[in-house]
Design a protein around this ligand. Structure first.
Ligand code: ATP
Ligand code: MG
Length: 560
């Protein structure tokens, strides 16, 4: 069974799934409904992938369904571009919401009615204080807040003011609607939180209908209740909000009472999983866009050549727990490498070419050699590659004065060219500056296919391309976007790695790579896994290195 055929996750290996299983067994729920609730104000990142795999995964495994719901309560930050990207990315990751696509904005009218319901019950009031005044009177973790002068306004006056807020009579920020809970609560979220604010802004879906918008806190739990969510799964930072969500559910005539469960968010070394920071990276031109292959976004990872199955596998490996932690980037690369090793076709490409002339090979001669597409998978078949008098090898595979343990090419040394022949270096040609520009070699015609009939051995097998046949390509190598394993989100620019992108302008690749427009990842033998970049044109091939062949993170982190 290949990784691609392995079920994403067998049910029941974390505390969330244990809860779900228990609720089904006890009859508390007959079927399971979860949701993934992105705010359409940026592209999804790999942290979101954890939440997507959890929510859609639980629904799949227990025969329920998962809603895709946009938490579109802040019209000034939302855009269609983000909505399109979110849907593309969730589908790409392998999940389908079917007909269950919803928006918090679908519920604006109902939420408004529920706000009036709270006012009529004496549980909400219109506050005239400025944002700054409210901030100052909120209190601290150790001190109670101060009640607003408007807290005891009469119900009729509150209703009138709230309706006039909706009618557009007041400018932005002039008033808010607040819940009337407890300014002395030990939980700051319960100190009369804001339910509605005035915002004269057009909404992508509701247009100009509204000039007041519900707060995230007021919309979120009630949206869950309207949709009959059985298990509302969110990250730990919302744990302190749960008492507020429960207060709303207890004080409103909602159709259901979803239970919220919190799990640890994903943090990864050498990157930052925060939409705010990612937005600034894009806006500030620190990266080429949301899908820059250095970005931890799903669009960036996809463009880099990371298969969706590798991300699902990674999420499965890290599991779902209650305690926050930071996952080593090497774990993600491990999943990528493991999958690509099994599936990627092998090809030959020389990133930094050094010319080799085979002196005893006939001028103008050319032959085709059989090369395997995947040495461990016979079903991948083979291809024919050209061999001739002039070749390119990797510059770093040659040393004029090699140290003892260097087994690759050097003057007088014999090596194997993969699938082809043994060659021996006879002479080193230099330019005036003293740089090596060409190697004169001989080959042993008896070693065709890469083995000597007399049984002699060589210590190195090197990749190569035929100079006459190879195609020029640009190759982009990616290094960590940040210099430190724990970059500072508040001052991320200082931690950016100036060498995160390394462009090789003049690589040479075998022609099969130019012809293949499938987008499938390939292994450049001895170099790593690569994929054709979207910047490629018929005249200019561009490849991204997805990941090297070995774990480079251990070295970066200094733990190796
Ligand atoms: P950010 O902090 O990056 O702005 P967000 O939480 O504001 O992210 P949302 O669009 O609201 O972004 O996120 C949608 C869902 O994804 C939420 O349920 C949230 O808990 C979850 N999520 C966001 N970041 C992570 C993460 N790093 N790990 C796991 N889940 C996450
Ligand atoms: Mg959020």
């Amino acid at each position: 069974m290949t990784v691609a055929e392995t079920p994403v996750r067998e049910a029941g290996q974390d505390f969330i799934r244990d809860i779900v299983r228990g609720d089904l067994a006890s009859g508390r729920h007959k079927s399971i409904v979860t949701r993934f609730p992105p705010e359409p104000n940026g592209y999804l990142h790999i942290g979101h992938a954890k939440s997507i795999c959890l929510n859609f995964g639980v629904a799949d495994e227990f025969g329920g369904h998962c809603n895709l719901r946009y938490d579109d309560t802040n019209p000034t930050r939302e855009a269609q571009e983000y909505i399109d990207a979110i849907e593309r990315d969730v589908r790409w990751l392998g999940f389908d919401w079917g007909k269950h696509l919803y928006h918090a904005s679908d519920y604006f009218e109902r939420l408004y009615e529920w706000a009036e319901y709270l006012i009529e019950a004496g549980k909400a009031y219109v506050d005239d204080q400025t944002q700054e005044e409210m901030r100052l009177t909120r209190g601290t973790l150790t001190e109670a807040g101060t009640e607003s002068p408007q807290r005891n306004r009469g119900i009729a006056e509150n209703l009138d003011l709230f309706r006039r807020m909706r009618a557009g009579e007041f400018p932005n920020g002039a008033r808010v609607l607040r819940a009337r809970i407890d300014m002395g609560s030990g939980n700051i979220n319960l100190r009369d939180p804001v339910l509605y604010r005035i915002l004269h802004a057009e909404h992508p879906r509701t247009g100009k209908i509204w000039c007041i918008y519900p707060s995230y806190d007021f919309a979120h739990g009630q949206s869950d209740a309207i949709e009959g969510i059985t298990h509302s799964l969110c990250t730990l930072e919302f744990e302190d909000h749960r008492p507020l969500y429960d207060w709303f559910l207890d004080n409103l005539p909602v159709p259901s009472h979803p239970h919220q469960y919190e799990f640890a968010r994903l943090n990864l070394t050498y990157t930052i999983l925060s939409k705010r920071v990612l937005t600034e990276l894009v806006r500030g031109g620190h990266v080429g866009g949301w899908d820059d292959p250095r970005m931890p976004t799903l669009a960036g990872l996809r463009r880099r050549g990371v298969p969706a199955v590798a991300i699902r596998d990674f999420v499965k490996r890290i599991g779902v727990a209650k305690a926050n932690s930071v996952v080593d980037m090497g774990m993600l690369e491990f999943s990528i490498r493991e999958h690509l090793n099994k599936t990627a076709r092998r090809r030959m490409a020389v990133l930094r070419p050094l010319k080799v002339v085979i002196e005893n090979y006939p001028e103008g001669g050319r032959e085709e050699i059989e090369a395997l597409n995947h040495p461990e998978d016979a079903s991948a078949g083979s291809r024919r590659i050209a061999f001739g008098r002039e070749l390119y090898i990797e510059r770093e595979d040659f040393m004029e004065n090699p140290p003892k343990k260097f087994f690759r090419l050097s003057p007088g040394a014999e090596v194997r060219l993969r699938y082809a022949y043994f060659i021996t270096c006879r002479e080193v040609v230099k330019n005036q500056a003293g740089n090596v520009i060409e190697l004169r070699c001989t080959y042993d015609p008896a070693t065709k296919g890469g083995n000597a009939p007399d049984g002699r051995k060589v210590k190195a097998t090197m990749h190569w391309v035929s100079a006459a046949d190879a195609v020029k390509a640009e190759v982009r190598l990616y290094n960590p976007l940040f210099l430190r394993p724990d970059p500072d989100a508040a001052n991320f620019a200082a931690d950016l790695n100036p060498q995160s992108l390394e462009v090789i302008a003049d690589a040479r690749v075998e022609p099969a790579l130019a012809e293949d427009t499938s987008g499938e990842p390939v292994q450049f033998e001895r170099q790593g896994y690569f994929c054709r970049d979207a910047d490629s044109t018929p005249a200019r091939l561009v490849f991204n290195r997805t990941v090297g062949l070995r774990d480079s993170w251990a070295k970066v982190a200094g733990t190796n």
